[in-house]
Design a protein around this ligand. Structure first.
Ligand code: ADP
Ligand code: 5GP
Length: 207
């Protein structure tokens, strides 16, 4: 993928860790950015809007998109498909924006592999598993069965924190938001390897 001057910020972490809440806190403080709206086969939750939180589609449509190679990455998470469409991401990167992904650990592995040069990854965690359970219950958007599934998944996801550049423990929201603002600034300053090579080449030419 040709990415002229944009950068990528990946946010992962257990469902209920506070990724959306944190993003909402910082979104107007981190400059021009584009939040990648994923496509999913999950059922729409109360309070969600199609085209804003996700593109909600049926399984058949999703599988067709896979076949048509529309996704930068996709994964099967908690019994549903989730995928990142390539086209809007390319457009935003070309426009020099910071592209933000809220994707799971599988998605991060693909993005790091394909676009690691311009990507910065952050794992958002609640301070404790008991707090995650509390937040999922307080959010009141999922059944107990779904919450139990998400907690099980969280135990597995947490094992993969070492694959990330940064860990944010979202205990006090304001403190966590401050850390995310700093990371977003740094993510924009990340220099692709090709640019570094050009720079060193030119630098040597002067001698
Ligand atoms: P995610 O996007 O990671 O699934 P959400 O942003 O939906 O998580 O947050 C899950 C719940 O936890 C929400 O009800 C939110 O208000 C709450 N929450 C988020 N951050 C904090 C925090 N630092 N302290 C207490 N509650 C929080
Ligand atoms: P939720 O159903 O709570 O919105 O999201 C469930 C999980 O799916 C979260 O861990 C979220 O980060 C992940 N997710 C959302 N969109 C994508 C996507 O496009 N790709 C991948 N790999 N994971 C995603």
């Amino acid at each position: 993928m040709n990415c002229d001057s944009g950068a990528i910020l990946v946010l992962s972490g257990p469902s209920g860790a506070g990724k959306s809440t944190l993003l909402n806190e910082v979104i107007y403080d981190i400059g021009e950015c584009y939040f990648s709206i994923s496509t999913t086969t999950r059922k729409i939750r109360e309070g969600e809007t199609n085209g804003i939180h996700y593109h909600f589609v049926g399984e058949e449509e999703f599988k067709q998109d896979i076949e048509d190679e529309m996704f930068l990455e996709y994964a099967y998470v908690h019994g549903n498909y989730y995928g990142t469409s390539i086209r809007p991401v390319k457009r935003a990167l070309k426009a020099g924006k910071l592209v933000i992904f809220d994707i799971d650990v599988q998605g991060n592995a693909v993005v790091t592999n394909r676009l690691g040069d311009i990507a910065t990854s952050v794992f958002v965690s609640p301070p404790q598993l008991s707090e995650l359970k509390h937040r999922l219950e307080a959010r009141n958007t999922d059944t107990q069965e779904v919450i139990d599934k998400r907690i099980d998944m969280a135990k597995r996801e947490i094992q993969r924190i070492t694959e990330y550049d940064y860990l944010i423990v979202n205990d006090n929201l304001e403190d966590a938001a401050d850390v995310l603002r700093t990371i977003a600034k740094a993510a924009r300053l990340k220099i692709p390897r090709s640019d570094i090579n050009d720079f060193t080449q030119n630098w040597e030419d002067i001698e």
